[in-house]
Ligand binder design. Structure first.
Ligand code: SF4
Length: 470
C-alpha cells in the first residue's frame, strides 16, 4: 500500500453551530479563534432556505470571507459548520480545502474533519481499485466515499456516515451538515479534541473552547470518544455511540504546543498544564543562570512555571512578530527557517552578558533551535542552557501532526549530549516522559497518546504493519 500513499496530514480546526439565526457569522468568529490550527484555507457550509451552501478558499479566515457579499451572512439560516486547515508540503490547494460537500441521494452532505486515519492509505487504494474517483488527497474524501457506499436510498445520511466511521481507524474529530441536521463525532480513542457548548438555545461544537469564548458560548462537555451527536435545526440533540474505545489516546502534543493556552482541552486548562510542564522541568533539570527566557510563544508558559519553581527571574529576550504564522506549520524547511528569522528578533539589552536558561516547547529537527542559540550568542549571551518542556521527539505521528520522518528527527539520530553539541548550547535537558504525564490532572496519564515521544502507538498504523509483515 505504501507506494500510493500520498495522503496529506490534516491538522485543522473545526466548528459547528445549530439553532442560531446568525450561524454563519458565529462560525466565522469561531474560526478566527481557531486560526492557530490552520492558516492555509478556510471554509463555511451554511444551511439556508432548506439547502446547504458552501464557501471556501485559500488563505486566512479574514481573506477568505472578505469578498463575500453582505447578503450571504444575512440569509435566513439555522446551522453552519466551518473549517480551517494547514497543509503539508505539496498539498496547499483549493481541492483539499474544507468543508467538502457531496450529493448523497437527495441530500447534500458537507463534512469538516480534523485528524488522520491510520488505515487511510489502505482504504484509499481500495476505493480507487473499486472505481472511486478522488479529487484531492485528504482523508476527508475517504470518509465521504465510504458514507456514499453504505448509503441506503431514502434514508437520512446519518447511518451512512456512522457506518463509514466504523470502518476507519486513527484520529478524527468531525462536524458534518446536511438538510436533516448537524453531526459532531470523535474517534473512539479521542485523539483530537472536540468540545460541546451552549449559546442560549443553540448548540455549538469546536476543536477548542477558545472558539466558545469568542462568541460568548458556555462550555458544557467534550464530545466523548466514539460518540456520535446529531443536533437538529431546532437545537435538540441525540447522542449515541458508533464504537467504544479499547483505550483513550488524547494527543499530549495538543497540550504542549498546538492548542491555545486560553483553551480547555481534554478537560485540562492548557495554560495550567504548560506551567506545570515548566515547574516539573525546573525540578528535573535545574541550572544556575541569571534569567529564564522563553522562545515565544510556545515556550512562554513553561518558562513562567520554570521561573516560579526555581526562583530565577523571568525575562523576555526574544520578541515575536505576531503578523507571521506559526513556523511549525510552514510547508517546508526553507520557509520555516526564513519564517523564524522574520518572526523572532532578539532584544540585545536583555541578553548581553547573561547566563540564560532558554525554554522551548520542542526541538524537532534542531535547525531552528541552532539558529536561535546562534542569535543569542551573537547578542553577547554568556551561556545558553536549553530546557525543553517535552521529551525528545523520536517518532513520527500517524494521527495528523506533521512531524518529519524518523530519519529527520534529531533526537532519533543523536544522544542528548550530541544534540547539545550540534546546537551549541552549554547544556541541554528535556522533560521526562513520566514528568510530562504527571502534569495532567483531569485525565489519567494512561489515557494520553505519546507515541511521538515513546514510539508506543495506540493504533498501529497500517503502513507499519504492512512493512513488518513483508
Ligand atoms: Fe499527538 Fe504525538 Fe500522539 Fe501524534 S504521536 S497524536 S503528535 S502525541
Amino acid at each position: 500500500m505504501a507506494e500510493n500513499d500520498n495522503r496529506i496530514k490534516d491538522y485543522c480546526g473545526i466548528f459547528g453551530i445549530a439553532n442560531h439565526k446568525k450561524a454563519a457569522e458565529l462560525t466565522r468568529l469561531g474560526l478566527y479563534a481557531l486560526q492557530h490550527r490552520g492558516q492555509e484555507s478556510a471554509g463555511i457550509c451554511l444551511f439556508t432556505n432548506g439547502q446547504c451552501e458552501l464557501h471556501k478558499g485559500m488563505g486566512l479566515v479574514s481573506d477568505v470571507f472578505r469578498k463575500l457579499p453582505k447578503e450571504w451572512w444575512k440569509v435566513p439560516q439555522s446551522m453552519a459548520i466551518g473549517h480551517v486547515r494547514y497543509s503539508t508540503s505539496g498539498s496547499s490547494s483549493l481541492v483539499n480545502a474544507q468543508p467538502f460537500m457531496v450529493e448523497l441521494d437527495t441530500w447534500h452532505l458537507s463534512l469538516a474533519h480534523n485528524g488522520n486515519l491510520s488505515n487511510g492509505g489502505v482504504l484509499r487504494n481500495h476505493l480507487k481499485q473499486n472505481g472511486a474517483i478522488l479529487q484531492g488527497n485528504t482523508d476527508t474524501e475517504i470518509l465521504l466515499h465510504l458514507a456514499a457506499r453504505s448509503h441506503q436510498m431514502g434514508t437520512e445520511p446519518w447511518d451512512s456516515l456512522k457506518s463509514a466511521l466504523k470502518n476507519v481507524e486513527g484520529a478524527f474529530s468531525i462536524v458534518a451538515l446536511c438538510e436533516a441536521g448537524m453531526i459532531a463525532a470523535r474517534d473512539p480513542y479521542g485523539f483530537r479534541p472536540l468540545a460541546m457548548g451552549k449559546l442560549g438555545d443553540a448548540v455549538v461544537f469546536a476543536s477548542e473552547t477558545s472558539a466558545f469564548d469568542m462568541i460568548g458560548a458556555v462550555y458544557e462537555r467534550d464530545v466523548e470518544p466514539g460518540e456520535f451527536i446529531i443536533a437538529r435545526e431546532n437545537g435538540t440533540i441525540e447522542s449515541s455511540y458508533f464504537d467504544f474505545a479499547r483505550r483513550k489516546a488524547h494527543c499530549i502534543f495538543e497540550l504542549i504546543y498546538f492548542a491555545r493556552p486560553d483553551s480547555r482541552v481534554f478537560g485540562e486548562h492548557v495554560y495550567h498544564v504548560r506551567k506545570e510542564f515548566g515547574r516539573k522541568l525546573a525540578e528535573e533539570a535545574p541550572v544556575d543562570v541569571d534569567v529564564v527566557m522563553p522562545v515565544p510563544d510556545g515556550g512562554i508558559y513553561a518558562a513562567l512555571g520554570y521561573a516560579e519553581a526555581s526562583g530565577i527571574p523571568f525575562d523576555m529576550g526574544i520578541m515575536r512578530n505576531h503578523y507571521i504564522g506559526r513556523t511549525f506549520i510552514q510547508p517546508n524547511q526553507e520557509a520555516r527557517v526564513s519564517a523564524v528569522k522574520v518572526k523572532l528578533n532578539p532584544i540585545n539589552e536583555a541578553i548581553q552578558g547573561k547566563k540564560i536558561c532558554l525554554i522551548e516547547d520542542s526541538v524537532v529537527r534542531g535547525n531552528t533551535s541552532r539558529e536561535r542559540v546562534k542569535t543569542l550568542l551573537n547578542c553577547g549571551a554568556k551561556e545558553v542552557h536549553l530546557r525543553v518542556s517535552g521529551p525528545p521527539h523520536i517518532s513520527p505521528c500517524y494521527y495528523g501532526i506533521d512531524f518529519p520522518s524518523k530519519e529527520e528527527l534529531i533526537a532519533n539520530n543523536y544522544s542528548i549530549k550530541e544534540i547539545a553539541k550540534l546546537i551549541k548550547v552549554d547544556s541541554l535537558a528535556y522533560l521526562s516522559l513520566e514528568g510530562m504525564l504527571s502534569c495532567v490532572k483531569n485525565t489519567l496519564p494512561k489515557d494520553y497518546c505519546h507515541a511521538c515521544y515513546s514510539g508506543d502507538y495506540p493504533v498501529k498504523p497500517a503502513l507499519i504493519c504492512e512493512r513488518k509483515s513483508k
